[in-house]
Design a protein around this ligand. Sequence first.
Ligand SMILES: NC(=O)c1ccc[n+]([C@@H]2O[C@H](COP(=O)([O-])OP(=O)(O)OC[C@H]3O[C@@H](n4cnc5c(N)ncnc54)[C@H](OP(=O)(O)O)[C@@H]3O)[C@@H](O)[C@H]2O)c1
Length: 281
Amino acid sequence: MSERILLLHPGAMGSSIGASLRGNGHAVAWVREGRSAASAERARGAGLQPVATLREALAGIDHVISVCPPDAALAVAHQVTTAGFAGTYLDANAVSPASAREMHALLGDAFVDGGIVGPPAWKAGTTRLYLSAPKAAEVTRWFEGSATDARAIAGGAGAASALKMAYAAFTKGSAALLLAIRALAEREGVTAPLLEEWDLSQPGLARRSELTARGTSGKAWRFEGEMREIAATFQAAGLPGGFHEAAAEVYRRMRDLKDVEGGADLESVLEALLRDARHFV
Ligand SMILES: NC(=O)c1ccc[n+]([C@@H]2O[C@H](COP(=O)([O-])OP(=O)(O)OC[C@H]3O[C@@H](n4cnc5c(N)ncnc54)[C@H](OP(=O)(O)O)[C@@H]3O)[C@@H](O)[C@H]2O)c1
């Protein structure tokens, strides 16, 4: 059955999720208001239907999927409920289980919690969309056979977000730690002997730190908010949140590298990390 879905918004990930739905024959709209030319271009490439305003879009659809920067997720959910929407609402953002439960309280059983693991879903086998809520199984059917591998998990609203937080705590948290270590060695003048020692006892780590700089620099502006959601998740579970508060600070210092073509190199990342090191507390 063809569903009418509104995708908020067509970023790198959102446009690929929209393309999966389009490939399955669903009608997918997006809202032009407030979005950049880059989002419009991605939406066009994914075959999504432009609509001028949120109100206009909500009048013609059955379901909403939110894929946006994590620190905007609650605001987007509020905009949609304020406009009187009562259909299925899937939040697929990297937010804490507490934020997901806040959205559940706002939207009731129409809410589906989601968490995405993997790169934008352009190829089968790369990207999982974890879902938890009474309606999770229904949502998995929208994606059947597409590049977005949608999987329902037990635990209700908050479970899919908790899984995403636990996953990204390691991937993005360890990436921030590795870059901070390279910056520390640089500041202390021990880069060369550290790299020699890594070659002896941690083979591959030097190369990994270079790839990490390139891979994270364009997205660091968005990772800062995600790290704070992870820190809050640890704290709410009675565990130390400091690891990811520090990771948030690492990514905050990298936020100006957003538009470097092809990603910034390690040298530029270290410069950004050390630039305001004096202000660090
Ligand atoms: N990219 C990945 O590899 C990946 C992997 C796993 C999970 N995710 C999750 O997917 C979500 C989005 O990631 P993405 O890669 O698609 O990000 P993105 O490429 O940066 O796109 C974000 C989208 O949200 C819009 N946006 C920007 N600021 C906003 C705001 N304040 N309020 C509402 N919308 C706003 C952007 O529009 P304009 O820029 O046009 O204003 C754009 O359309 C995040 O929750 C992320 O954790 C992404």
